[in-house]
Ligand binder design. Sequence first.
Ligand code: 13P
Ligand code: SF4
Length: 365
Amino acid sequence: MAAVLKLDEFNLLDDGECDARIAAAKALLGDRLCILGHHYQRNEVFRHADFSGDSLKLSQMAAKTEAEFIVFCGVHFMAEVADIVTHGQRSVILPDLAAGCSMADMANLAKVEKCWAELAEVLDPDEAVTPVTYINSAADLKAFCGRHGGIVCTSSNARAVLEWSFARREKVLFFPDQHLGRNTAYGMGIGLDEMIVWDFNKPMGGNTPEAIRAAKMILWKGFCSVHQMFQPAHIKHFRERVPQGKVISHPENAFEVCQNSDFVGSTEYILRTVRASEPGAHWLVGTELNLVNRLADEMREKDVTVEFMSPTVCMCSTMFRTDPQHLAWTLDNLVAGKVVNQIRVPAAVAEPARAALDLMLEVVD
Ligand code: 13P
Ligand code: SF4
């Protein structure tokens, strides 16, 4: 067998050449390989996915597949989840190790442990606070939740997870995305005056002991750099231009954007809702550009118009890192018997993280 080209050499190949190599490698690997693709992946990569979905659906697909190799066309935390839910029995591969999530990076174990210790100066957090981590977080934060009676959520089950949490303890510490936490809690009837923001760069998160005691939701001051681009003004202009149009947004958007939207939900929910619309419908969609462009192309044939919410191009630059060159390099190595870019979560972290993930899967079932 010919030696596999180096990554630098793959980077010189054009997309067409990589496409052919990916198809050939998939044919050779057959059932040994499962490619998972998040909805934000670019077309040139997305078309090779065996399964696509939002974070929840992809974690369920990962848990189900019997393939030896799971190549995750998504971001780092998703590949970690795949390794955790498969008990390390598959080789989970992230084609470009630099494909992270800037929101996930806004929380880390040291900062969350500092927050927990500071909360302990005011109350007993293990009695009073359920830590809830959005799945967009590092494995050690999921493990933190597992060790402290907490749980994981995704954008599609955050409400069920918060209901579960409030049935057990009076408060929730929600990280890293303040917006998903705020939007979900508000939808459950929790007032904005019952929520505080935890600024992880300030002592006590910038809060007084009284404010901490009074709060139901403690929202980590994290956000998604892509979704923060969408503004209520974009919705206002759309409604003036297309009064009969509908607006649908991801819950990582700011409170005002979600409040001004007709529908709010995960990427999978957005696709399902728009696909179910009647000919002549007109949508404004507040989520990542690759998803919106693909959906617009698909729906054009059904006489449904789909517009991107922002006038500027904003896409997830880390999702975009997975290109046909990295995917072809990864697969050619697998064909040659070499696993590159494997994501492996150490057992000491994976076990408590799995406990928090399993709880989430029980709550949503
Ligand atoms: P979904 O789980 O809705 O696909 O969201 C993942 C994500 O990172 C959105 O920015
Ligand atoms: Fe992370 Fe935002 Fe990219 Fe989603 S869109 S992966 S939250 S940076």
